[in-house]
Ligand binder design. Structure first.
Ligand SMILES: *Cc1c(COP(=O)(O)O)cnc(C)c1O
Length: 805
């Protein structure tokens, strides 16, 4: 079935009449956008039913991708693109008298995630669908997504993100498929017909209502679902209390239930043991597993073959409670024995680790489990006991038993739970997976080496190249055709054009146009005027000390000091762009944002920097901004302390759009370097091994005293800039530490090497042809970073499901 422009026009008009009681004459841009979404949703809904019937009939194995975050961004253009009707939709909107870009721009980002981990889940949904895998994503339908960031007087201010106002058009609530979740209460056992039965009573009930978002694949009729759970109380308001005038108290229990799906926790790579967060996790896990097992029983009449027909991939440890919850359902509800249940669980769940940062590892106080999840706690204790026995039998080493324990000293260790109960554990880049095997999970790996795998991350290259960068897409098609869209490896054919001057200059032209377009956008969004003649040197990602935005700042200060010393020096224009949200409670990260803004204010107002040096902090970095920015970027800063960034995916998006990477050998940069070689990227700094070794005897103060450039830069932090704010706290942190080791991310150790590499970047940029050739090689070799490749890896090595080749 094809959808013509006229058919779409009619469908949009119909939606306007039925849902908003208006014609296109009266409709607002927002209503047009929603009507478009509803029209596309209908197309997908029909295909979704077909997909489900086929999966059911052929009894295919299903993939369940569980993640507390899905950073979907916008869907209108994406779905139209995947359905092959983007030109028709664009025309239909224009013919109704609206500007298509304005309409697309009305859609709020679905910001149900913090950063890379959530965006990865979104890219994987696209690839799983495009590869015809029967897959469902599961998460929470947060009422408020990741906060909106405003910069006021140089500082971050957080505003609520009520995306559902305009973003609800994609959601299909299914109250008839609601699940009931039990919190608190008591557990007692009783004998029933010779069986020991577990009775959970006096619990608080919460309803989980699915709100389904359909996901279209590219060039396929296959449609998958992202199932978002909304929390609601099953109880009506307490009218007795209400009639006594206690209005708030009357609504207390209802409000408690609703609060479970109100907010996304805004911490990236950081764990906080909040009881509401544990409620969210169990709510999400229990609803999802009840839904999956219900569907399985409908098809097969038993759960005994559950692991043969289902695989559950968990995105980090956040959904780790699937392990005890599946055990609970198999034992308490289905009546299986512990051993049967454990065998099924151990062959159903696979765990992806996303970080080695200690502060991100989840470790919950036992007492929270006891009170909130009494039955789950019992099961966890038994899992922990058996696992501890197994470890003890293998190593006979109390130290290892302690390190690998699921429960130890009143603390529940979620990663160890995943290792004990999972069939596979994977890291997200070759280096990260090695660090897991050699270091973080060394002992577990010694016991079960085959469990530990690598699946390097990837991104949806259709979104991150062809959809957002039509100029580049056109060039690629003219050179090698459109086969790259479904086979990203074909991009390597572009290497043949490395000596083609016409192709290289067209590439430069495209980049120039994209820079202009981004500059116009930035002007409209936040009123800044970007120097498009300057190199666009970009660092956008969550703000975290390990990502070292501060190292970037130190280098820019040194450039500024050079210009002050000699305003007439030969200086190639550079525009440094930053974009980063800081977790609201992460004080140091917020200070670094303020520092960037103080520095930007100083530099941008100093006449000696005019047309030479510019620094801009882009407010509210998000997926839809990344879509504007990646095509316009020339330098991609990926400068984390080696060993700390598990993979990175921003690095891949930049590479696909022809930006050159200035980076450390960290995360997936290592694999980028393998395909690019030294000659096509700008590497600097310590390796992960060197960094680990240096930490044994690190002395930042010595570096400060020995390097005059560094000395002067750090002193400037103390002095501050024209706004009068001193950054002595950051200076202290680098040189002496305080509540942490001094300069634990080794900025000072990498400073000189970073400055030298930055210098190579500008030198190389002067040779336009060379730069363009490097850029072309980057695009050509980015195919391995397609999420299609990642999903094929998961399907081949962990899920064992077939997919479209
Ligand atoms: C890709 C992406 C990220 C991840 O960036 P990293 O550089 O890998 O940390 C974070 N936020 C948004 C909005 C993204 O699109």
């Amino acid at each position: 079935m094809t959808y013509t422009k006229d058919a779409l026009k009619e469908a949009i008009q119909q939606k306007l009449r039925l849902n908003y009681g208006c014609t296109e004459k009266q409709a607002t841009d927002g209503e047009i956008m929603k009507a478009c979404a509803l029209a596309l949703r209908d197309i997908m809904a029909v295909r979704s039913v077909d997909t489900q019937e086929k999966t059911q009939e052929q009894q295919e194995k299903r993939v369940h991708y569980m993640s507390l975050e899905f950073l979907m961004g916008r869907s209108l253009m994406k779905n139209a693109y995947n359905l092959g009707i983007l030109p028709q939709l664009t025309q239909a909107v224009e013919e109704l008298g609206f500007s298509a870009p304005d309409i697309f721009d009305m859609e709020p980002d679905a910001g149900l995630g913090n950063g890379g981990l959530g965006r990865l889940a979104a890219c994987y949904l696209d690839s799983m669908t495009t590869l015809d895998i029967p897959a469902t994503g599961y998460s929470i339908c947060y009422e408020l997504g990741i906060f909106k960031q405003k910069i006021v007087d140089g500082q971050q201010v957080e505003l609520p993100d009520d995306w559902l106002n305009l973003g609800d058009a994609w959601l299909m609530p299914k109250p008839q498929e609601a699940e009931e979740i039990h919190f608190g209460g008591r557990v007692r056992t009783r004998w029933d017909n010779g069986h020991l039965m577990v009775v959970h009573e006096d619990y608080t009930r919460v309803l989980a209502i699915p709100c389904d978002m359909l996901v279209a694949g590219y060039n396929t009729d296959h449609v998958n679902t992202l199932r978002l759970w909304d929390a609601k109380s099953p109880k009506p308001i307490d009218m007795q209390l209400f009639s006594q005038g206690q209005y708030l108290k009357a609504n207390e229990e209802r409000a408690m239930a609703d609060s479970i799906s109100t907010i996304l926790y805004p911490e990236d790579n950081h764990y906080e043991g909040k009881s509401l967060r544990l409620k969210q996790q169990y709510f999400f896990v229990s609803a999802t597993l009840q839904s999956i097992t219900r569907q399985h029983i409908q098809t097969y009449g038993t759960l005994k073959n559950f692991h043969e027909k289902n695989v559950i991939q968990i995105n980090d440890t956040h959904p780790a409670l699937v392990i005890p919850e599946l055990m609970r359902i198999l034992i308490d509800d289905a009546g299986l024995s512990w051993d049967e249940a454990w065998d099924i669980t151990r062959h159903s769940v696979a765990y992806t680790n996303h970080t080695v940062l200690a502060e991100a590892l989840e470790s919950w106080p036992q007492q929270l489990f006891e009170t909130l999840l009494p039955r789950i706690w019992q099961i966890m204790q038994e899992i922990a006991r058996r696992w501890q026995q197994k470890v003890d039998d293998f190593y006979h080493d109390p130290k290892k038993t302690e390190k690998m324990a699921v429960i130890w000293d009143g603390v529940v260790h979620m990663a160890n739970l995943c290792i004990a109960g999972g069939m596979a554990v994977n890291g997200v880049s070759a280096l990260h997976s090695d660090i897991l095997r050699r270091d973080v999970f060394r002992d577990a790996c010694g016991m079960e080496p085959d469990k530990f795998r690598n699946v390097t991350n990837g991104v949806d290259h259709r979104r991150w190249i062809s959809q957002i960068n039509p100029g580049l897409d056109g060039l690629i098609r003219d050179c090698i055709g459109d086969g790259y869209l479904t086979h990203a490896g074909c991009l390597s054919d572009l290497d043949r054009f490395a000596g083609d001057a016409a192709v290289l200059s067209r590439l430069e032209q495209i980049k120039g146009d994209n820079k202009q377009a981004f500059a116009r956008w930035a002007k409209r969004q936040q009123g800044v005027t970007l120097n498009t003649d300057a190199i666009f040197n970009v660092q956008v990602k969550r703000l975290h000390e390990y990502k070292r935005q501060l190292l970037n700042v130190l280098h820019i200060i040194s450039l500024y000091q050079q210009l002050q010393d000699d305003p007439n020096m030969d200086f190639r224009p550079q525009t440094f762009l930053f974009g980063a949200k800081a977790a609201p409670g992460y004080a140091v990260a917020k200070r670094i944002i303020r520092l960037i803004n103080s520095l930007a204010d100083q530099i941008n107002s100093d006449p000696i920097c005019r047309d030479k040096l510019q620094v801009v902090f882009l407010e509210n970095y998000r997926v839809s901004m990344a879509e504007m920015l990646m095509p316009a970027s020339e330098v991609s800063q990926q400068i984390s302390t080696a060993g700390k960034e598990a993979s990175g995916t921003g690095n891949m998006k930049f590479m696909m759009n022809g930006a050159l990477t200035l980076g450390t050998l960290d995360g997936a940069n290592v694999e980028m370097h393998q395909v690019l070689g030294d000659e096509n990227m700008f590497l600097f700094g310590l390796t992960a091994d060197e960094a680990a070794r240096l930490r044994q005897s690190y002395d930042p103060y010595l570096l400060y005293t020995r390097d005059p450039v560094l000395h002067r830069v750090l002193d400037q932090l103390k002095t501050g800039f024209r706004d009068g704010v001193s950054y002595e706290d950051l200076y202290q942190r680098l040189l002496y530490g305080a509540d942490c080791p001094a300069d634990q991310y080794l900025l000072l150790a990498d400073f000189a090497s970073y400055c030298a590499a930055s210098h190579r970047v500008v030198d190389t940029y002067a040779d336009r042809e060379k730069w363009n050739r490097m850029s072309l090689h980057n695009i050509a070799r980015s195919g391995i970073f397609s999420a299609d490749r990642s999903i094929a890896d998961y399907a081949d090595t962990i899920w064992h499901v077939p997919y479209k080749k």
